[in-house]
Design a protein around this ligand. Structure first.
Ligand code: UDP
Ligand code: MG
Length: 310
């Protein structure tokens, strides 16, 4: 059995792969354990797949898992973890934002007996103000409204022991928020600090739209809170309307003229319409996810797995 597996989800990273290969193999050779590296090709449309295949023909410890199309980062990670055979599995991005040089520190903690060792970003380089602020707000929010302890400033760069990976493999939900699932499985978890570098080359594969979807997946996977917002809004509006009704009745009795009011009517209708649509939309988010689960489609399909053993 190989000791270490490194899983690398990859989507159109042709400009980075050679440098990643160089830095990663150097680190892994120095560790001195048997290893495999699984490049998960998530439907790349550039030369990434060809480059991975040349790595594989040079070095049989490099394996290539070619998915049938682009399934997204979180599914690509899941696929790689499903195929990894190591006693410890390390997940890292292909873009060198997760520096391979941190791996020995992760392994050290694993040897001390931890099942999950996540890499915590101490400093983020090359990421804009907007991304840093929204990410920080998001993690704060998700810690508040969910029961799982998702570590602040940890991405998907982490090491997991065999039993942690086997636990993770049992969770087959479709809208996957892997870092939340990893917290959910429990065991002994710890963090190791590192400085997140800027992307080595190419550009982010997470435009704003995907980020928002990812954030929503994270929240809906681990919290009912948005559904409960309707209850609070309902209570609030009921209370207000009760007070307003009292006022209207008093005005009618005391002055004998009804409250005039196009404005108040319009405001009330529009406000309530907004609240209704918003809560309906939130319910829709959950129903859509239930629908996806019920269909029970496989999480991904594999075109090819290049993995001859030496
Ligand atoms: N990625 C993937 N499938 C996708 C999008 C991204 O496998 O649909 C990979 C990508 O190649 C990279 C990692 O996921 O290795 C993280 O993506 P990226 O660096 O673009 O995200 P960011 O660091 O900007 O959040
Ligand atoms: Mg990145």
């Amino acid at each position: 059995m190989v000791k270490l597996s490194v899983v690398i989800p990859t989507y159109n990273e042709e400009s980075i792969l050679p440098e990643l290969y160089r830095r990663l193999t150097k680190v892994l050779e120095n560790v001195g354990e048997s290893y495999e590296v699984i490049y998960v090709n998530d439907g790349s449309t550039d030369k990434s797949l060809d480059i991975m295949k040349t790595f594989h023909s040079k070095n049989k410890r490099i394996k290539v898992l070619d998915l049938s199309r682009n399934f997204g980062h979180q599914i690509a990670i899941t696929a790689g973890c499903d195929y990894a055979r190591g006693e410890a599995v390390i997940v890292m991005d292909a873009d060198l934002q997760d520096p391979p040089e941190v791996i020995p520190q992760l392994i050290k903690k694993w040897r001390e007996g931890y099942d999950v060792v996540y890499a915590v970003r101490e400093k983020r380089e090359g990421e804009g103000y907007f991304k840093r602020v929204t990410a920080s707000l998001f993690y704060r929010l998700i810690r508040k409204i969910t029961d799982v302890e998702i570590p602040q400033d940890a991405g998907d760069f982490r090491l997991m022991s065999r039993r942690a990976i086997d636990g993770l493999k049992l969770t087959r939900e479709r809208h996957r928020f892997v870092r939340g699932l990893v917290s959910w499985i429990g065991f002994n978890q710890t963090g190791v600090k590192f400085i997140r570098e800027a992307r080595y080359a190419g550009e982010t594969k997470y435009p704003l739209k995907k980020m928002l979807k990812f954030a929503l997946d994270g929240i809906t996977s681990f919290s009912f809170m948005p559904l409960q917002l309707g209850v609070w809004a309902g209570l609030f509006v009921s209370l207000l309307s009760f007070l307003y009704a009292l006022y209207a009745i008093l005005v009618k009795i005391l002055t004998n003229t009804p409250v005039s009011g196009w404005t108040s009517l319009m405001v009330a209708i529009l406000f309530l319409g907004g609240v209704h649509l918003l809560t309906l939309g939130l319910i829709g988010e959950y129903i859509g996810r239930i629908y996806d689960e019920v269909k029970q489609r496989p999480l991904y399909l594999v075109k090819e797995f290049l993995c001859e053993e030496e």
